[in-house]
Design a protein. Structure first.
Ligand code: NAD
Length: 359
């Protein structure tokens, strides 16, 4: 329960530009505002064409383009990117792409202190957080450091036109998951709850329109607006059981990030709802749902053709107990007590893909 007269809220010092075409029309201006003269652009191999267009728009301020970003930021990729930043004498970095590319930009910022501008092409929300991640010897380390928080974020709906509908849907539900857990976070606050409710509402309204007309700049713009709000919730609060489970399933079993969030969220919320009824009600209201919030989320995913079971994502049933052990190995804040049996129940339901609360 959030008390309107007892909370801490720290605003994140960053600028946000949201406009169609902004990646190539606004990024250079953002770099200039930061006083940057030698900018390294980073991206993944698949996003290179877009990143090249952003790089070209920087004109003489472009110092180089690094296109090796990969999922979970392998430490050797970060090493090479840092080497390149130093070799070209970069005084700033622009990351163009999804959470993987932005993660690489953050790794450069962490090691070198260079200011980062993010130009996101998915709804994952990393651009709004001071959280970095690095993977070494199969283990992902994460931490919070203000240095990695982008100084400026350029949201361009045109960049997301190429995001395939299935990934748009799961990435959008990934964003919704940030807002859901922010509503019952120990460090929730009234303003975060406002952003969370509006983020869930805007994303749930935008996704069916994106799915029906993936070329609609209006729908894409509304989805990015929602991603911004949901990402802000992620950056402002401490996530609970849902994010822990997805971290374990992605990190240890290699399940895909956005899809895993989509499958787990209804079940994690069904588990937590009895201990966080106000948050669950707020989610249901934001979804305009006649039914409870977990069911509404599960039905939204189903209507949009998203995967609904961990089995579909390739997890083995035998891995459920290992995942439950890993997700309960260390304590973390969650509205409902985290127990191995409780977590295993959530995982079993998510594995089978049944309606939440019916297993
Ligand atoms: P991603 O960046 O790996 O992108 C998924 C796939 O989509 C990739 O193949 C990519 O090339 C492709 N893609 C991205 N944008 C595209 C576009 N516009 N058109 C066509 N294809 C496109 O995945 P993601 O879901 O954006 O991010 C997940 C990663 O980000 C994970 O490693 C996760 O841990 C991290 N993350 C970190 C934070 C944080 O706060 N540190 C927050 C959210 C996510």
């Amino acid at each position: 329960m959030i008390h309107a007269t007892d909370f801490v809220y720290e605003a994140q010092p960053m600028r946000v530009v949201l406009r169609a075409g902004a990646a190539v029309t606004a990024t250079a201006g953002e770099a200039e505002r930061l006083g940057l003269r030698r900018v390294l652009v980073v991206c993944g191999a698949r996003g290179k064409d877009t990143a090249q267009a952003v790089a070209d728009s920087l004109g003489p301020a472009l110092a180089g383009l690094h296109d090796e970003a990969r999922m979970h930021v392998p430490v050797e990729v970060a090493d090479r990117a840092v080497e390149m930043a130093l070799a070209v004498g970069a005084d700033g970095c622009v990351a163009v792409g999804g959470g993987s590319a932005i993660g690489l930009g953050k790794a450069i910022a962490l090691r070198t202190g260079l200011p980062l501008i993010a130009v996101p092409s998915t709804y994952a929300g990393s651009e709004m957080t001071p959280v970095w991640g690095l993977t070494e010897h199969g283990a992902k380390r994460t931490g919070r450091d203000r240095t990695v928080l982008p100084r400026s974020v350029v949201y361009d709906p045109e960049l997301t036109l190429s995001l395939p509908v299935p990934l748009s849907v799961t990435s959008g539900i990934n964003a919704i998951a940030h807002a859901v857990e922010a509503l019952y976070a120990p460090d929730a606050s009234p303003i975060v709850s406002l952003m969370a409710g509006e983020g869930v509402r805007a994303m749930a309204e935008a996704l069916p329109d994106v799915a029906a007309d993936p070329g609609s700049l209006d729908a894409r713009g509304r989805a990015l607006y929602a991603a911004w709000l949901c990402g802000s919730c992620l950056g402002a609060t401490t996530m609970g059981l849902h994010h822990k489970l997805c971290h374990v399933l992605g990190g240890t079993f290699g399940l895909p990030h956005a899809e895993t969030h989509t499958v787990v969220l209804p079940h994690a919320l069904a588990h937590n709802a009895p201990a966080a009824p106000a948050a669950a009600d707020a989610v249901a209201r934001a979804l305009g749902a006649a039914e409870d919030a977990p069911t509404a989320l599960w039905e939204l995913a189903g209507r949009l053709g998203a995967p609904r079971s961990l089995a579909e994502l390739g997890l083995n049933e035998a891995d459920l107990t290992v995942a439950a052990d890993l997700a309960t190995a260390q304590p973390y804040p969650n509205p409902r007590e985290v127990t191995p049996e409780g977590v295993l129940g959530v995982l079993r339901a998510a594995y089978r893909g049944v309606a939440p609360g019916t297993d």
